[in-house]
Design a protein. Structure first.
Length: 262
């Protein structure tokens, strides 16, 4: 498949169907339940048995993206990145834009990362997210940005700057990689997320849509065994058991996000 805007999602659907039939694709969540809190209707999934097969790889030697599984290949994303299916999706298709060579997930994104990431933004319902290191919810050390198609329960709260925790919102009229990169760097500097070496960064999540980019600093990757990555900050959750769902409802979904933030 040739890389280019508008081609990923149709190809990804075909690849997903083949990979699901062959057993290479292992969805890890039930259909979403809806929970309303504070005027927001959140989506909460309960993990399936496949979730237990998802192993965290924190070294280059245990790297599922180099080499990647051929059945999960969607297409090249420019010269430096490849587009793959997430083997363990909550939503499907779930795309990963991975660097071809190993780059640490805890180092700063480059302009080329944004150029590759934006190739998947050919629709208004696309949500991109990025987990900068394990504390931010990254399960793999290899550089990868993510893409799903979904509504965003917290969209209005985000756009009205009503999140009760530290964040940076960058709004724009069009998706341009160089401007997004500069907005990202401005956010990291303002939030003091760049480490002294100028290469690595403190844990944070990025959410990216066709109209805005949100950066959220992170302090922990879980509360009471319920883990959070960037997708959670859109208003979508994954729990392992119904007991965790009950706990989350009682504790409060927004309170949970606040505790996970800095």
């Amino acid at each position: 498949m040739k890389s280019g805007v508008g081609m990923y999602w149709s190809e990804a659907q075909k690849v997903s169907e083949r990979a699901l039939s062959s057993g290479e694709l292992m969805p890890i969540a039930t259909k979403a339940l809806q929970i309303t809190e504070g005027g927001v209707t959140y989506f909460v999934h309960i993990a399936t048995a496949n979730a237990g097969k998802k192993l965290a790889a924190t070294t280059v030697q245990a790297n599922p993206f180099k080499p990647y599984e051929a059945m999960l290949y969607v297409g090249d994303a420019g010269a430096q990145h490849v587009c793959l299916l997430n083997k363990f999706p909550v939503l499907s298709p779930h795309l990963l834009i991975c660097s071809k060579d190993f780059i640490s997930q805890s180092t700063l994104l480059a302009n080329s990362d944004f150029e590759a990431w934006l190739l998947g933004f050919d629709r208004d319902d696309v949500l991109g997210f990025y987990n900068s290191g394990p504390i931010a919810g990254a399960s793999q050390a290899h550089r990868h940005m993510q893409l799903v198609r979904t509504s965003i329960p917290l969209n209005d709260v985000i756009c009205h700057r009503q999140l009760p925790f530290e964040s940076f919102l960058y709004e724009f009229e069009s998706l341009q990689a160089d401007r997004l990169y500069q907005g990202y760097m401005d956010a990291l500097q303002q939030l003091e997320l760049i480490k002294n070496d100028g290469i690595h960064c403190y844990p944070h999540n990025i959410l990216l849509t066709a109209k805005w980019m949100l950066i959220v600093p992170r302090s922990t990757n879980n509360v009471e065994g319920i883990f959070a990555n960037g997708l959670n900050y859109s208003g979508r959750f994954l729990v392992k058991r119904k007991e965790q769902l009950a706990w989350l409802q009682q504790f409060g979904l927004m309170k949970y996000l606040t505790v996970c933030s800095r």
